[in-house]
Design a protein around this ligand. Sequence first.
Ligand SMILES: Nc1ncnc2c1ncn2[C@@H]1O[C@H](COP(=O)(O)OP(=O)(O)OP(=O)(O)O)[C@@H](O)[C@H]1O
Ligand SMILES: [Mg+2]
Length: 336
Amino acid sequence: MTREQRIRDGNAVEVRGLVKHFGDTKAVDGVDLDVPEGTVLGVLGPNGAGKTTLVRCLSTLLVPDAGTAVVAGYDVVRQPRQLRRTIGLTGQYASVDEKLPGWENLYMIGRLLDLSRKEARARADALLERFSLTEAGKRRVRTYSGGMRRRLDLAASMIGRPSVLYLDEPTTGLDPHSRNEVWDEVRRMVTEGATVLLTTQYMEEAEQLADNLTVIDRGRVIAEGRVHELKAKIGGRTLQIRPSDPGEVHRMVGAITQAGLDGIGGATADVQDGQVSVPIASDEQLTALIGLLSERGFAIAGIDTTMPSLDEVFLAITGHKASAPQGNKTLEEVTA
Ligand SMILES: Nc1ncnc2c1ncn2[C@@H]1O[C@H](COP(=O)(O)OP(=O)(O)OP(=O)(O)O)[C@@H](O)[C@H]1O
Ligand SMILES: [Mg+2]
């Protein structure tokens, strides 16, 4: 069978009704998800949501209790060996050996993956170069910074040229600079054709990297969609309008307030920034507002809409903050 035939409907990952319980803990409790080939799915959820358990099931490290998962056309339960050859995994906890130099780590993994000595050497050299670790590659991993270590982890997961990559919280604990470095690498892998399933607790990370988003809480999918759709669905946007003449902000606020456009509650002026903010709930309101301003003869220098943050999205869906401990209301309780 060709690779194209194995990947049905263009999905590199297809999960249906996946269940993994540990005693009474329903770590993964009936998860469905699809990751179209060449895209990034962000799996967002708080501590204990079941992200790592899901990734472990999808990489054959755990056997699910029920449900199916097909990755790159291979069934996780029935074809674990083939599946392992097509995936790369950067686990939540560093998987490289601290006592060995970076280069040795990569070389060893290459040998474990059945590469010849020559191939393993070439691959270690190439990946170190690509992740800007050529010099550091000679040193023991113990001496690396958090960002370097994470980059080495990413390099390690790419030795076997995987078509599907799982990244389990790839930037947790990293400083903003290192986080950006890792993000750049993930973007590059995607440009080169990899399909990525990324778990994260950072809203910003999902926003930066993911095409689609699945929000999980207590082992269940509680929301899914394209990142911007999900954000737009949950909360309204705020429109920021900058009149060409900053002195016009008050007159603009007056005009908007007096017009009493349907559903537009109010406008506020920020004299300092020379802009007016208007909360809007729909595209119709946006259109009506722009119409009004041009009718009144305002010259506009710039318009921006800001979306609600994913933190706000999570709060709106679950009734608790993403970082809050368990024990709050479930989605069903909130929407009941
Ligand atoms: N091997 C295990 N044995 C028993 N319980 C487990 C095991 N692995 C995970 N769990 C439990 O399953 C639930 C989900 O854990 P999991 O590690 O998948 O969450 P997570 O979303 O990755 O959390 P974090 O963001 O903290 O990494 C938790 O309640 C956890 O305690
Ligand atoms: Mg985890």
